[in-house]
Design a protein around this ligand. Sequence first.
Ligand code: HAM
Length: 432
Amino acid sequence: MKIPPVKGTRDFYPPDMAVRNFIVDGWKKVSLRNGFEEYDGPIFEYLKMYQIKSGDEIVEQLFSLTDRGGRELALRPEITPTLARMVNQQINSLPKPIKWFSVPRLLRAERPQKGRLREFFQWNIDIIGIDQPLADAEIIFTTIDYLRDLGLTPQDVKAKISSRKLLAAVLKSYGISYEKLESLYVVLDKKTKLPAETFEQMLAEQVPNKDTLAKISSFMQINSIHELKGLMKDGSEELAAYKEIAKVLYTLKIMGVGDFCVYDPSIVRGLAYYTGIVFEVHDASSDLRAICGGGRYDNLLRDFGGPVISATGMGMGDCVLEILIKEKGLLDKQVPKRHIEYFVISLGIDEQADEEVYRIIARLRSMGHSANFSYKTAGLSKQLKEASAQNAKECIIIGDEFKDNKLVIKNMATGEQKLVNYDEFLSGLESG
Ligand code: HAM
């Protein structure tokens, strides 16, 4: 019986691995050029880490286990709690601000669907220790910097920006109590994910008063930052929150990515720990689930027993991203194909010539060149075919000429062949 992979997991055959590496390498390159340093943590943590502040949805999706010592553990569904724990642990010695990135393998027991699996990779960038909107803008800029690098344009993707602080202030002004906010956020986050009727019904359960409900619904319709400005009263909490969003949008405009960004009140985010600016990037037609999401979480480090220190960041999974860039025709042409510098071929004239293959191969490799050969004792055309399949740049052919101490070098792109002296070829390699 052949055993299939577990539901929601992926096998990465070499071509899939090339795609994964292309995505991960891009994430790392863009993180570094935006001034982030890499970190990582363990793949499992104490279960309670996620019960503290991630929210019910994540807790329901945990893969948990009890170890032999009776410790309750969970496989990490996100890395933000680990980041908070790690930073708290060395809070006094770490230079601030902390600008860190990571590409963890994460696990969530979700119902697998398009763009959502049970095991995936997620790029994380976070800035800890800066409470200004400039840090939120930098997180969003870095995200767009990557997407733009892939070839995506403002016509393809939009960063939808909103604020939990604004939403909290507005809801408070409508008479919603502080204790109700968290459960209301969970429902409001579902606005674009559920059929309208189901959403309205869930919202009505949270907000029984019809007038308040109508006010919330109309606030959630405003998607112009100018219209929003008109509603702000002097000295109000809403105005302070509005100013943060305006500052983020303005900074992103200065940074040249304003066309990618819009204010969108439907962005609330599913995780419980967000406190301020929140954002998600979606494909322009919103056919797919969010490409990424993040925001400010100023209380998480404190909730994990550390000091009050502000933080903002984002997470981007590899699944929706891959679907989108494939759909846009941006993937195949950018993923590096398998390639090799030299393919060494023996035409089997004698035993010594055959052995020379291993000598040359070993020499090339020890000098840092990529080199391969065929295990088959086949004719020239078959071996050339094998070399082509591996995208070899040059073939080194050991044939009859080898009796006169000569090799044939074939350029695989042009087909051009030249006869070279074996010793000169080897010494050329040493000096080159
Ligand atoms: P999140 O919204 O739970 O946020 O996930 C962020 C992104 O991870 C999603 O937009 C999606 O790209 C990807 N993702 C989530 N679940 C799955 C899944 N089951 N399969 C494939 N991809 C998935 C967080 O995780 C926050 N910790 C992000 C963050 C970092 N906020 C601040 N810093």
